[in-house]
Design a protein around this ligand. Structure first.
Ligand code: UD1
Length: 339
């Protein structure tokens, strides 16, 4: 297949691009490098021993989008490009709605004009809002609680509507739980700009000495150890989920939703413990007040992806921490370390 990957230089995008290349597909990455690095593309090509066509461009630039499609005949698009920080979305909602929603509309116009109607979209379990009806099935009503989450929800609605209006579309909406880990080579991984908001990259930065201690947000939740429970999923499992979705969509039309999670919850303290084991030293932590908007627990009902896509997550929390650490310790300052 020839696949256009928007946001392919980012964290999940780079791992998925590698899997696509390894499976023999031809890949064009379209990325504005706002929150990603060209170095990730160099390393993906090294790992795969194959080249990726890279186009630096922004989905808000409709003519740049049109020119990617002109002359190329794509079989499918995987759409990762977008902004993803909850706090930033609360402070600057317009930027989030414009980048994520308008950017997607431009992409869809480009696809329509080129007659490409197979799309896998990077959604998020954040669309379930504060629901604690675990394990969370895809059938739950969507109820995002912040602008970032609402952009994901709105894009899901748009995609569902276009597939109802025109039955030629095949669309997979992938609702990721909590991505963590890195490729086992340690050459590509998550490279957050600034101080990470998410737990695993923060723990990794404490382990590498960039911060003194992990702040554990809340130890009074109604969970066994009082800390929040999430469904951490290895980024390579997620990447493989995209390939499974692409294959599923090949001879089907319509819009489908799939949770990509392990179906297992781990608490904040369990994550810190698993990471401590990998680095063979205690990772310091302190209890802090709950973070506003956090649910006590969230983990997936992963049965739809298992039954329909024949996909399940294969890597456990220990493996996630080991791979994340392998990446972090060989790249203490992310991709900058090599520049
Ligand atoms: C967050 C976002 C969510 C997004 C997801 C993946 C919020 C409220 N939600 O989910 O919309 O889809 O990331 O990018 O930001 N924790 C600590 N200390 C820390 C960081 C986190 O104790 O320094 C705790 C949190 O309270 C939570 C767990 O660790 O219980 C996981 O947090 P995080 O990695 O930020 O993911 P989510 O909150 O699940």
């Amino acid at each position: 297949m020839k696949v256009l990957v928007t946001g392919g230089a980012g964290y999940i995008g780079s791992h998925t691009t590698l899997c696509l290349l390894e499976e023999g597909h031809e890949v064009v990455v379209f990325d504005n490098l706002v929150n990603s690095s060209l170095e990730s593309m160099r390393r993906v090509q090294d790992l795969a021993g194959r080249t990726v066509e890279f186009v630096e461009g922004d989905l808000l630039d409709a003519s740049a989008v049109a020119s990617v499609f002109s002359g190329a005949s794509f079989d499918a698009v995987i759409h990762f490009a977008g902004l993803k920080a909850v706090g930033e979305s609360v402070a600057d909602p317009l930027r989030y709605y414009r980048t994520n929603v308008v950017g997607t509309l431009n992409l869809l116009d480009g696809m329509n004009a080129a007659g490409v109607r197979r799309l896998v979209f990077s959604s998020s379990a954040t669309v379930y809002g504060a629901s604690e009806d675990v394990p969370l099935p895809e059938s739950l009503p969507l109820n995002a609680t912040n602008p970032y989450g609402r952009t994901k929800e709105q894009i899901e609605d748009i995609l569902t509507d276009i597939s109802s209006a025109d039955e030629r579309w095949s669309i997979g909406l992938l609702r990721y739980f909590n991505p963590a880990g890195a490729h086992s080579s340690g050459r590509i991984g998550e490279d957050p700009r600034g101080i990470p908001n998410n737990l695993v990259p923060f723990v990794a930065q404490v382990a590498v000495g960039r911060h003194k201690a992990v702040m554990v947000f809340g130890n009074d939740y109604p969970t066994p150890d009082g800390t929040g429970i999430r469904d951490y999923i290895h980024v390579m499992d997620l990447a493989e989920g995209h390939l499974a979705a692409l294959h599923f969509l090949k001879d089907r039309t319509g819009a489908f939703q799939w949770n990509l999670g392990t179906g297992q919850g781990s608490s904040v303290l369990e994550v810190i413990e698993a990471f401590s084991t990998v680095v063979s030293k205690k990772i310091p932590y302190e209890f802090a007040p709950r973070r506003k908007g956090d649910a006590a627990l969230s983990y997936a009902d992963a049965s739809s992806a298992r039954n329909q896509l024949r996909w399940t997550a294969k890597r456990d929390l220990a493996r996630m921490c080991a791979d994340h650490w392998n990446w972090q310790r060989s790249n203490p300052r992310g991709y900058d370390s090599s520049l």
